[in-house]
Design a protein around this ligand. Sequence first.
Ligand SMILES: Cc1cc2nc3c(=O)[nH]c(=O)nc-3n(C[C@H](O)[C@H](O)[C@H](O)COP(=O)(O)OP(=O)(O)OC[C@H]3O[C@@H](n4cnc5c(N)ncnc54)[C@H](O)[C@@H]3O)c2cc1C
Length: 383
Amino acid sequence: MTHDVAVSKAAEIARRVLAPSAGQNDKAGRFSTEAVKSLGEAGLLGLMLPTDSGGSGLGPRTFAAVVAAFAEADASVAMVYVMHVMGAASIAAARPSVAPALTPMLQEISAGRHLSTLAFSEAGSRSHFWAPLSRARRNGDGVQISAKKSWVTSAGYAQSYVVSALAPEGAGPTDSTLYLLAAGTRGLSVAGAWDGLGLRANASAPIALDDCEVPSHFQLTDDGAGFPAMMNVVLPLFNLGSASVSLGLCRAAVVGTASHLKTAKFEHLGQSLGESLPTLRAQLATMQIDTDGLAARIDDLIDHLEKPRETTMLRVLESKAAAGDVAISVSSAAMRVCGGAAFSKHLGIERLFRDAHAGAVMAPTGDVLREFIGKLLLGMPLF
Ligand SMILES: Cc1cc2nc3c(=O)[nH]c(=O)nc-3n(C[C@H](O)[C@H](O)[C@H](O)COP(=O)(O)OP(=O)(O)OC[C@H]3O[C@@H](n4cnc5c(N)ncnc54)[C@H](O)[C@@H]3O)c2cc1C
């Protein structure tokens, strides 16, 4: 698959499968299994996996464009996809000694039959996902894990979960290891419902791990090497994916607002809202400027990921922090410009507004990113 083919498949699925049911799924808090099926059939679940395991071997540029296309239609599905790509990337980056045992799973992902996700955040350490409280215990060649994972996108729908836990002999709070748990692992259960303000259709429910046994070939990183995997494999791609969800939301807000300004009428004046009020046109223009600014920022991040350099980590941190704020600001402007029609949920704009707020609270949160950026600029250690 080429970049262009992947992006056009994503746009087609967004139009045919995501857009028609996004509103209903949001209202009902319903996870779209048919969306995941379509992504699998289109070969998009293996987008970034190596070609020798059946994947398309495509890079961050394609990933970002595909995610933005999904988010423009349905940000819940876009975030399901982002978390899946993170899970798949973590499995593909597994230590060499377990790679052969994981090949069949990568092939299943590439064949579109396997959805993965990350289960990092814990009830105790909250948004500080890099510091799990759970600790793996030795169990023969493998380990046993008990943990309270507080938010897991696609909980109950994914076929596998990439789970963090402190290494059995880990001495510090970031001495974690990443493990792979199949959905059917004994002791793994969905521990609550998901009824969020936004991203309501992505099943980000808690999961409980009770004495789950993990064989050694499902230990993805060396003991204590979970933290570098989180920072090097997951963080750059996740921040890009999250920023791309924000971009899709902003584009949808601009399109939805422009459409309302063209179609809603002041009948007593014989004009549309957009024709009648320069202040609404100016606010729409600001939304467009901010959206294109975010697109340019994402392009710059992609360039930094394709050609890593000294400023790459800074761009990784900045992009998600900025994108979360832009999405909130653009969708807030859309709410105001579209007035009562948006407030009374006639336009779908309020779904964008609610979904846009997830970017800033998903870890690393906008505040944590600012903390990291400040420390980086001052030459202070981040952890
Ligand atoms: C829709 C959704 C999907 C999610 N999916 C997943 C998933 O698939 N996998 C997963 O592992 N997790 C997932 N999460 C969890 C997410 O990544 C965060 O861990 C979670 O949102 C943190 O919420 P909290 O209230 O516990 O944060 P808290 O840590 O309690 O933060 C509260 C406030 O304090 C601020 N804060 C915290 N630490 C600092 C700091 N050092 N400096 C400055 N400010 C700080 C935060 O920015 C926030 O404003 C998801 C969350 C959401 C909302």
